[in-house]
Design a protein around this ligand. Structure first.
Ligand code: SAH
Length: 492
C-alpha cells in the first residue's frame, strides 16, 4: 500500500491540558512529526510519541524565530517524505491561528490534510472566569476580534459597527492596545460603565482575572501589569463573572505547589492538586529501580511484607520475569504498610491481609502483633528498599518472629533539567525522606530555612526539619490527606 504523508492541524486548546479533544490526543499520539508552537502546556507536549520528530517553531512576541513561510515549507516537506505530520497549535488553529495560511501550500501540492478544532481561548478563558460569552438577557451575538495593530500601529477595527451590534466582544492579542480599544469603543458611543474583564493565562492554574469598566480598562491593564497571553472581554455578560466564578473559588486556586515524587508516580498527586485549583509543578527528585538479580523465592515464607508500591511493583515483575505468576503466592499472607501499597496489590487481583491504621513500619509491626494476624509459626519475608528503616524488623524480632529481609528496589536521586526556584512556591511536598534528600542534592543546598514543606509522615517530617524547612505533616500518610492538609492551611 502506498504510504502517503498527511498534515493534521490540531488545536491543543487554551492551556488546561484536559481541554485537548479526544481526537486531537489520538492523532498526536500517532504522529511521526510534530510541529508545535510556544505556550503549549507541558502535559500536552508530553503526549508526543518518544519516536516522533519534534520541531519547535515557537514564536516570541516581536521576534519570529521560524517565519511563517518556513513553517509552511516544513509541513510540506515532511508530508512529502510520507510522514504523518501534526501541526499543533494553541486554542483553535483557525481562530487567529494562521491555520488557513498553513493549508494553502499543502493544497497547491495536493498533500492531504485535516483540521481538528480546538477549544479557543476566546471562549474558554471567559468560561474559566465565570463569564458566559452569550446570555439571552444581555446579548445576541459574540464577536472575536484581533487587537493586534498592523504595521504603523493603527488598529483596523470598525468600532462603530461593533458598538451597533451590541454583542459580547472578545479581543485577542490586545494587551498592548487596551487603551486604544477602550477609546475606540467610547468614541463610537459605548457607555464608559460597560463591564469589561481581562483574563490572563486563561484556564491555567495561574489564571488572573481583572474586572473593570470601559473607563477603567486601560488603567486596570497597566496597574496590574497584565502580560500576554490575555483576552479582553467587553459586554454586559462580564457583570456575571463574580457570581459565576467557579474557577477562582477552588480551594487551592493560585497556590504554587512543588511535587517531588518520582516521575512515574507524580501524575496522581499532580492531578489531585490541580483539580483543587493548585498550580502544581512536578520536579522529580528521586527515581526507583528494581534490584536485579534478586532471589527471594516465596516458597519457604508464610508472610510477605511490603512497605511501598515500588516494592510490590519490583517483586511482581520479578515473578513474571522468572516465569511465575500470582498463583505461587497461594496461601501466603500479604501485609502492607499503607493503602497505596495495598492498592498496588489490588491491581494484581490480590487483597492485602493486613494494613495498619497508621502507615509506617513501626505501626505495622506493633499492630499486626496486637491483632494476632501472624505468630511464631510464621516465617516473615520483608521486601523493601535497599535503605529501609530498622523499626519493623527490630520489633518483629524482639517479639520472637522469624524475619528475613531482602532489598527489592533502590532509590536514586535525580536532578531535573530546570531546577525550581523555591521562592516561587508556596509549599514543597515530600512523600518520603529520600525525596527531601534528593531535592537537597539536586539544588546543591543544605539549608531551606523559610521554605514551607508538607510531609507525609513523621520520618519524612524529621528529615525535612533537619534541612531547615518549616514543616507541616499530614494527618494520615496518604496523598488525599496531604491535599486536605493544604486546604486546611489555606483556611487558617
Ligand atoms: N488560536 C488561538 C489564538 C491565537 S492568537 C485560540 O484559538 O485561542 C494568540 C492570542 O490568543 C493571545 O494574544 C491571547 O489573546 C489569546 N490567548 C491564547 N491563549 C490564551 C490563554 N490561555 N488565556 C488568555 N488568552 C489566550
Amino acid at each position: 500500500m502506498e504510504h502517503k504523508g498527511k498534515v493534521v492541524l490540531v488545536g491543543a486548546g487554551p492551556g488546561d491540558p484536559e481541554l485537548l479533544t479526544l481526537k486531537g490526543k489520538r492523532i498526536l499520539e500517532q504522529a511521526d512529526v510534530v510541529v508545535y508552537d510556544r505556550l503549549l502546556s507541558p502535559e500536552v507536549l508530553a503526549l508526543m510519541p518518544e519516536t516522533a520528530e519534534k520541531i519547535d517553531v515557537g514564536k516570541n512576541v516581536g521576534n519570529h524565530p521560524v517565519p511563517q513561510d518556513q513553517i509552511n515549507r516544513i509541513l510540506l516537506e515532511k508530508a512529502l517524505e510520507g510522514k504523518q505530520v501534526v501541526r499543533l497549535k494553541g486554542g483553535d488553529p483557525f481562530v487567529f491561528g494562521r491555520g488557513g495560511e498553513e493549508l494553502e501550500l499543502l493544497e497547491e501540492h495536493g498533500v492531504p490534510f485535516e483540521e481538528v478544532p480546538g477549544i479557543t481561548s476566546a471562549i474558554a478563558a471567559a468560561a474559566y472566569a465565570g463569564i458566559p460569552v452569550t446570555h439571552r438577557d444581555y446579548c445576541s451575538s459574540l464577536h472575536i476580534i484581533t487587537g493586534h495593530a498592523r504595521a504603523g500601529g493603527e488598529l483596523s477595527i470598525d468600532f462603530s459597527a461593533l458598538v451597533r451590534l451590541n454583542g459580547t466582544l472578545v479581543f485577542l492579542m490586545s494587551v498592548a492596545n487596551a487603551g486604544k480599544i477602550a477609546d475606540g469603543l467610547r468614541q463610537a458611543g459605548m457607555d464608559g460603565t460597560m463591564p469589561c474583564a481581562v483574563v490572563e493565562r486563561g484556564t491555567y492554574p495561574a489564571q488572573r482575572k481583572i474586572l473593570a469598566t470601559l473607563d477603567t480598562l486601560a488603567s486596570a491593564v497597566e496597574e496590574n501589569g497584565v502580560q500576554s497571553p490575555a483576552v479582553i472581554l467587553v459586554g454586559k455578560v462580564c457583570g456575571l463573572s463574580e457570581k459565576f466564578d467557579w474557577f477562582s473559588a477552588k480551594p487551592l486556586k493560585g497556590k504554587r505547589v512543588l511535587v517531588t515524587q518520582p516521575q512515574k508516580k507524580q501524575s496522581k498527586f499532580l492531578g489531585m492538586l490541580r483539580k483543587l485549583g493548585a498550580d502544581a509543578v512536578g520536579y522529580p527528585c528521586i527515581e526507583t529501580e528494581p534490584i536485579r538479580p534478586f532471589e527471594a523465592d516465596p516458597g519457604p515464607y508464610s508472610v510477605l511484607v511490603f512497605t511501598s508500591a515500588a516494592g510490590v511493583d519490583s517483586y511482581f515483575s520479578w515473578l513474571e520475569e522468572t516465569g511465575r505468576d500470582a498463583r505461587c503466592l497461594f496461601g501466603k499472607k500479604i501485609f502492607c504498610v499503607g493503602s497505596q501499597t495495598a492498592a498496588e496489590w489490588k491491581k494484581h487481583g490480590i487483597t492485602a491481609d493486613f494494613v495498619p491504621s497508621v502507615f509506617d513500619g513501626e505501626h505495622l509491626a506493633r499492630e499486626l502483633l496486637a491483632a494476632g494476624v501472624a505468630g511464631k509459626e510464621d516465617r516473615f519475608l520483608l521486601l523493601r528498599a535497599d535503605i529501609a528503616s530498622p523499626e519493623l524488623p527490630e520489633i518483629l524480632r524482639e517479639n520472637g518472629m522469624d524475619v528475613t529481609e531482602t532489598a527489592v528496589y533502590r532509590t536514586k536521586a535525580v536532578c531535573g533539567e530546570n531546577p525550581p526556584d523555591l521562592s516561587q512556591f508556596d509549599v514543597v511536598t515530600f512523600t518520603s525522606k529520600s525525596c527531601v534528600e534528593g531535592l537537597a542534592r539536586s539544588l546543591g543546598r543544605q539549608d531551606f530555612a523559610g521554605t514551607k514543606a508538607l510531609c507525609i509522615g513523621a520520618k519524612t517530617a524529621a528529615c525535612a526539619e533537619r534541612y531547615g524547612f518549616t514543616v507541616v505533616t499530614s494527618e494520615k500518610a496518604t496523598l488525599q490527606s496531604m491535599a486536605e492538609e493544604l486546604i486546611r492551611l489555606e483556611r487558617i
